[in-house]
Design a protein around this ligand. Sequence first.
Ligand SMILES: [Cu+2]
Length: 144
Amino acid sequence: MKKIVNHSRLFIAAATLLALGTFLSLPESIRATSQDAQVIEITAKKYEYSNSPIHVKAGTKVQLKITAIDHDHGFKIGNVPDGASSSDKAGLVFTSEQECWQLKKGETTMIEFVAQSPGTYSFKCCHTCGLGHKGMKGQIVVEQ
Ligand SMILES: [Cu+2]
């Protein structure tokens, strides 16, 4: 039994090194941004997101890199500004839209979108994380 555990650990270590090697071999410009996206790093912890409100200019391609540091959390955001009808034209255009992104503790989740239309877009935690879960919120403000 113990041997199996050790083997899988070794495998994970090897895979991590391989991934790191691939990452480090990329030119620095690609690591920093991809296609001129604005990279915004956020941490999620009970019961807040860092850097909120997040301000971006309309027309910007944004990469949110969210890391849950203390517990599993979630990230849920609408694609129309607060107060708009959900059938309106999307103001945030996601590369790969999800109803609720799961943020695993210790892992970084990348969420990419184009901030098309000005407005305030509220987001919240969608993974029950404790007593203050319902108040775990933030905002992205897209400016003209
Ligand atoms: Cu939560």
